[in-house]
Design a protein around this ligand. Structure first.
Ligand code: CAA
Length: 382
C-alpha cells in the first residue's frame, strides 16, 4: 500500500484483518450459498466498534477519521463483501445522517445503540421506478396532526429486513404543487411503526448474505419528531450522504479486487501446467501485475478522497472518481481471477466465482458507473 499509515491505523487494520480472516472468511462461502444473514456478525462488528467508527465517543463511537474507517472496511471486504456492504451502508449513510442533521433527542435515542450494533442502519432512497433518477421518487408523506402518514414503495434497501433504523426519503410536497428534488424529506423509521412491511426479498446474483428488500409503506404512521432535519431537504441530504457513501463502496470494491489478486497469486503458484507453476508464464504474470497496479491506483484515489473529506472538503468529484475506479477495478480483477483459475474459476468449489458475482453490484448501487461519470463530467464544468 502506498499510503503511509499511523500507528492507530495499523492497529485498526490488524484488528479488522484478524477478525475478517478468522471469523468471516471461513463461513463467507456457506452464507453466500445459503443466502443467510447472520445477526451474530452484526453483534461482533458492534463489539469491535466497527459500527460506530466515525461517530464521536460521546455516542459510543470510536471517533476515527474516514481513512481509518475505509482501511477497516477494505479488510472486511477482502473476507466477505456481504458483511462489508452492511457495514458501509450503516456507517456512511444512516449514522452520519443522524449525526449531521438529527436533533439532540434523535441522536441520543439512536446513535449509541447503532454504534454498539444493537440497531443496524439502512437507507431507503430508490423506488421501483426511481433508481438513477432518484429525485423522481413517489413515496408520499402527508401531515396528519402530530404524525406523517407515508404511502409508497422503497426498493433495494440493503439490510432493510433486519434494520432497527431506516432513513427513508419521501415526498412532502403535494401532488398539486410539486417541488422536484426540493419536495423530498428524510424520515427516521423503525420496524415497530404500524404500516411498514417488507414486501419483497430480492434473490440476488451476489452479496447473497446481505439481505436486500423492498419496503411497502401502507398508511405508515410516523411521529412528527421523526422528520430528519428540515422539511424539503431530504434529497440534498441523500446526495451529500451518498458522496461519502460512495467512498465506502469504493473501499468494499477495493477489498473484493484485493481478494481476487490474493487468491490468484496463491493459485498461480500452486497450479502446474506444461511442467511448471503457471505463474512462470508471462501471460499470467502480466495479469497479476496489472491487477496489483490497478488496485493500488484505485486505493490511492480513494485515500485521496478520504483525506479531502477529513479536511472538510466536498467529495462529490473525488468520491465519484473513487467509486467509479474501484468498482470497475473490482469487476475487472475478479474477471482476471476467474480466467487464471480457468474451469476452477467457474465452479463454486473455489471462491473466485463468488468474487465475480459480488463485484458486479459495486458498478450498480450507490450510483451506477454511468451516474458516477455524469457527476464527474458535471463537476469538471463547475
Ligand atoms: N451534494 C449536495 N447537493 C446535491 C448534490 C450533492 N452531491 N447532488 C445534487 N444536489 C442538489 C443540487 O444542488 C440540486 O439542488 P437545488 O435544487 O437546490 O439546486 C438538487 O440536489 C438536484 O440536483 P440535480 O439537478 O443535480 O439532480 P438530478 O435529478 O439531475 O440527479 C444524479 C443527479 C447525480 C443523477 C442523482 O439523481 C444521483 O446521484 N442518482 C443516483 C442515485 C443513487 O446513487 N442511488 C443509490 C441509492 S442507495 C443504494 O444504492 C442502496 C444501498 O443501500 C447500497
Amino acid at each position: 500500500m502506498l499510503t503511509q499509515l499511523t500507528d492507530t491505523q495499523q492497529e485498526i487494520v490488524r484488528a479488522a484483518r484478524d477478525f475478517a480472516q478468522s471469523e468471516l472468511a471461513p463461513l463467507a462461502g456457506e452464507r453466500d450459498r445459503e443466502s443467510r444473514f447472520d445477526p451474530e456478525v452484526v453483534r461482533q462488528l458492534g463489539e469491535l466498534g466497527f459500527l460506530g467508527m466515525m461517530l464521536p465517543e460521546e455516542y459510543d463511537g470510536l471517533g476515527l477519521d474516514t481513512l481509518t474507517y475505509l482501511l477497516a472496511l477494505e479488510e472486511i471486504a477482502v473476507a466477505d463483501a456481504s458483511t462489508a456492504v452492511m457495514m458501509s451502508v450503516h456507517n456512511s449513510l444512516p449514522t452520519q445522517m443522524l449525526l449531521r442533521w438529527g436533533t439532540a433527542a434523535q441522536k441520543e435515542q439512536f446513535l449509541k445503540p447503532m454504534a454498539r450494533g444493537e440497531l443496524l442502519g439502512a437507507f431507503a432512497l430508490s423506488e421501483p421506478e426511481a433508481g438513477s433518477d432518484a429525485s423522481a421518487l413517489r413515496a408520499q408523506a402527508v401531515r396528519d396532526g402530530d404524525h406523517w402518514v407515508l404511502n409508497g414503495t422503497k426498493a433495494w434497501v440493503t439490510s432493510g429486513s433486519h434494520a432497527g433504523v431506516i432513513v427513508a426519503m419521501a415526498r412532502t410536497d403535494t401532488p398539486e404543487q410539486r417541488r422536484g428534488s426540493r419536495g423530498i424529506s428524510a424520515f427516521i423509521l423503525t420496524p415497530d411503526l404500524p404500516g411498514l412491511r417488507i414486501s419483497k426479498k430480492e434473490d440476488k446474483m451476489g452479496l447473497r448474505a446481505s439481505p436486500t428488500v423492498q419496503l411497502a409503506f401502507e398508511d405508515l404512521r410516523v411521529p412528527a419528531d421523526r422528520l430528519l432535519g428540515e422539511e424539503g431537504q431530504g434529497f440534498t441530504y441523500a446526495m451529500q450522504s451518498l458522496d461519502n457513501g460512495r467512498l465506502g463502496i469504493a473501499a468494499q470494491a477495493t477489498g473484493i479486487a484485493r481478494a481476487a489478486l490474493e487468491y490468484s497469486l496463491a493459485y498461480a503458484d500452486e497450479r502446474r501446467q506444461f511442467g511448471k507453476a503457471i505463474r512462470e508464464f508471462q501471460a499470467i504474470q502480466f495479469k497479476l501485475a496489472d491487477m496489483a497496479t490497478r488496485i493500488e491506483a484505485a486505493r490511492a484515489v480513494l485515500h485521496g478522497a478520504a483525506a479531502a473529506k477529513d479536511r472538510g472538503e466536498s467529495t462529490t468529484l473525488s468520491g465519484a472518481m473513487a467509486k467509479l475506479l474501484a468498482s470497475e477495478t473490482a469487476m475487472w480483477a475478479a474477471t482476471q481471477a476467474v480466467q487464471i483459475y480457468g474451469g476452477y474459476g467457474y465452479v463454486t468449489d473455489y471462491p473466485v466465482e463468488r468474487l465475480f458475482r459480488d463485484a458486479k453490484v459495486t458498478e450498480i448501487y450507490e450510483g451506477t458507473s454511468e451516474v458516477q461519470r455524469i457527476v464527474i463530467a458535471r463537476e469538471l464544468y463547475r
